[in-house]
Structure formats: C-alpha cells, structure tokens
Design a protein around this ligand. Structure first.
Ligand code: GLN
Length: 372
C-alpha cells in the first residue's frame, strides 16, 4: 500500500512544474450555475442545520424516482438510500458494515486505489485478480476459481477507472449467478454511471433484482455534476444491508452538508441534469482521441468515465511511474501511471489521461505531447 495516493503525488508535481494536469480525475470547466444557485438559495433560505442522518428526504425521494426511471428498480427512499460525503466514503462504509476479520474480497485489478486499504482496515483479505489484457475484459473463470468458503464479497466498478471500459449485460448476468449461488455481497462502484458513450447502456446492479438484493451501489454527485470538491454522493442497498451501513455512518459522519442536499434535490427534478451528460463528455473524449492521433501514444478504447489509457511503447521503455514523472517534469503534462492501480507489478505499462477538460486544455496538453 502506498503511503501517499498517486493522485496527491501527481497533482502536487503538476503544480510544482506548472504542468497541465490530465492526471487526477477532476473537470477544469465550470459546473452548472443553476445548481450553484440552488445551493446558495438553500443557504439563504436557512437550510443550514443538520440534515437527517440518512439524508435530506426530498433528495432521497428524487433519487428513488431517478433509479426507477433509469434502472426499473423500486427502492424505498426511507430505508434503502443514504446520502454520504462522497462515493469513496460510501464504498468504505459498505465494506466496514459487512466484513469480518479473515473474510476474503475479490478485487479486479487495475482497481481504484482506495479499495484494498479499505478491505485491510477491516482485517479482511483482498484477493487480487487481473482483468484480461489488453482490453480489460472480465476473467470469469479465474473469478469463479477464486471463490471459496471465506469469500464474502466482490467489488466491481463500471464504467471502470482507470480503463474506461464498461460491463456488458452478459457480464452482469454472470455476476448475478456467481453472487447468488455463493451468497456473496457486491460493492458496486458506479460513480461514472452517467458517463457511458457510443449509445451504450450503463449496467447498474440496480437493473438486476436478485443482484440488487446482495449489493451496495455507490454513487457520486461530484463526478456527475462536475464538482468533485463538493464530496457528496450516496449509497443504495436493500433495507437489511442499509441498516448495517447506517450503523457505521451514524457514528462516523452522522449527516451530510445540508444546503448541498437541498440544492441537488431541486436540480435533479429536471432530468436533463443527468441525461445530457454523456453526450457532453463524449464530445470531449472524441476530441481528445482526434488530437492524440498527432502523437506517438497508443490510446486504448474508452467507453465511459473521465479516462482513457495509453501505451507509450513507441516512445520509451521506462516503467510507467518513471515515465509519468518524466512527462510531468520534462514535458509539462501530468498523467497517472496505471501501475498505481495494481498492488504488484502490472502486466503492461500504460498511463491514464483524464479528458474531462476544456478544449483549450486538451489542445495545450496535446501540443506538448506531440513533442514527446
Ligand atoms: N477519483 C479520482 C481519480 O481517479 C481521484 C480522487 C482522488 O484524488 N482521491 O482520478
């Protein structure tokens, strides 16, 4: 486990070298002024004291309505949704609520860097399984072979950080079968749920009733509404699982920033607040791909999220961390080395680019990358 997250390291280095930051996943374009005004309005209207422990009820209600509309799943706003200070916190809390010392959790690598430390914090054991190379498909046979009587849960992530791949309906069917027949729990990291491109469909665990019965689905308003600094998200789980989740949450955070919840509840009433996100971000992905043709980087396909990975075998033989440090220091562009998403050595070297940026930022970055 690294002492400092790669995101902190690369953003600090980007600042030190005045580099363009395509590393840490955050947008550099403005968020919606309508949402900003809705939160300001909530503050002015006096919504400044504690929200209920589970979250502002009208927000949970509008989320239940959204889940029904998008995924055809009816969830109870009172008992099955909890507002959290961000998606990462929701994942941590879900793990903490189900894991006992010695339990095993299946983790598919490359994996977001908080999962393994979260599992270890509960004295449970991460069982690491590599996604297939080169396009990060799901190794179902290895997953099945790794299940034993100590296996308690699996963590999945679609759209996937760092690769930008997405799970198919067939993958979800296989997951459902695995989970139901082995009585596993699922932690489902869906923070990029609205960022799915090329007309594809987001495969939420919420679409699959038997799967949902054993799942914690974790979401992020920060990623959805281009305000990662707000640190607000939510968890959806069936009532019995949510009871355990709230036992942890009530003594940890208790409740989340009230005016943000009031403002977001108002903003979400208009479905275009989330339905238009995919085409907006897809345009950025497509522009980035087009610009990168001018470079010697070899982009892998990205179907969702803020990210696109690239091979650099035509440029350098350095390990990816060294190459990413070199790119930042010598060429003024920060990225994330994909090895940071593996506990041990990664099978082949890639770096991750965040394309959720203004056109000018992407153009300026590629101008530098052309000279690499
Ligand atoms: N989720 C963001 C990413 O993958 C980073 C969040 C963080 O900095 N911890 O870039």
């Amino acid at each position: 486990m690294q002492g400092t997250t790669i995101f902190t390291t690369m953003s600090a280095l980007a600042q030190e070298h005045n580099a363009i930051n395509l590393g840490q996943g955050f947008p550099d374009f403005p968020m919606s002024p309508v949402l900003m005004e809705a939160v300001n309005q909530a503050m002015r209207s006096g919504f400044n004291q504690y929200a209920p422990m589970a979250g502002w009820l009208p927000l949970r209600e509008v989320l239940a309505e959204k889940i029904d509309y998008l995924y055809g799943q009816s969830v109870h706003p009172d008992t099955e949704i909890t507002i959290t200070p961000g998606g990462t916190y929701a994942i941590y809390t879900a793990f903490t609520s189900i894991l006992r010392p010695g339990d095993e959790v299946l983790v598919l690598e490359p994996a977001y860097d908080s999962y393994v430390p979260n599992i270890l914090a509960s004295h449970a054991k991460p069982v690491l399984i590599s996604l297939n190379q080169p396009y990060f498909s799901i190794p179902w046979e290895e997953i099945q072979a790794a299940v034993n009587e100590r296996t308690r849960a699996i963590i999945i992530n679609t759209p996937h950080n760092p690769s930008g791949t997405i799970w198919s309906a067939a993958d979800m069917q296989k997951l459902q079968q695995l989970v139901v027949s082995n009585e596993l729990y699922v932690i489902s990291d869906e923070v990029y749920e609205h960022l799915v491109y090329d007309g594809e469909t987001h495969q939420s665990v919420l679409r699959y009733p038997d799967l949902f019965q054993r799942s914690f689905a974790c979401f992020s308003f920060g990623k959805t509404f281009h305000c990662t600094g707000w640190k607000i998200g939510y968890c959806v789980a069936p009532k019995e699982l949510m009871q355990g989740f709230r036992k942890i949450h009530q003594y940890n955070c208790f409740s989340v920033h009230t005016p943000s919840q009031v403002g977001i509840a108002e903003y979400l009433k208009d479905r275009s607040s989330y339905l238009e996100l995919a085409s907006f971000l897809q345009e950025k992905r497509d522009y980035f791909i087009e610009l990168m043709r001018l470079t010697r980087f070899n982009l892998l396909p990205s179907k969702g999220s803020y990210f696109c990975c690239a091979g650099y075998e035509a440029i350098s033989e350095l390990p990816d961390l060294d190459f990413a440090l070199h790119l930042t220091r010598e060429h003024g562009v920060a990225t994330i080395p994909v090895s940071a998403f593996y506990q041990d050595a990664q099978p082949s070297p890639y770096i991750r680019f965040c394309f959720a940026k203004k056109k000018e930022t992407l153009e300026a970055a590629v101008e530098k990358l052309r000279k690499v």
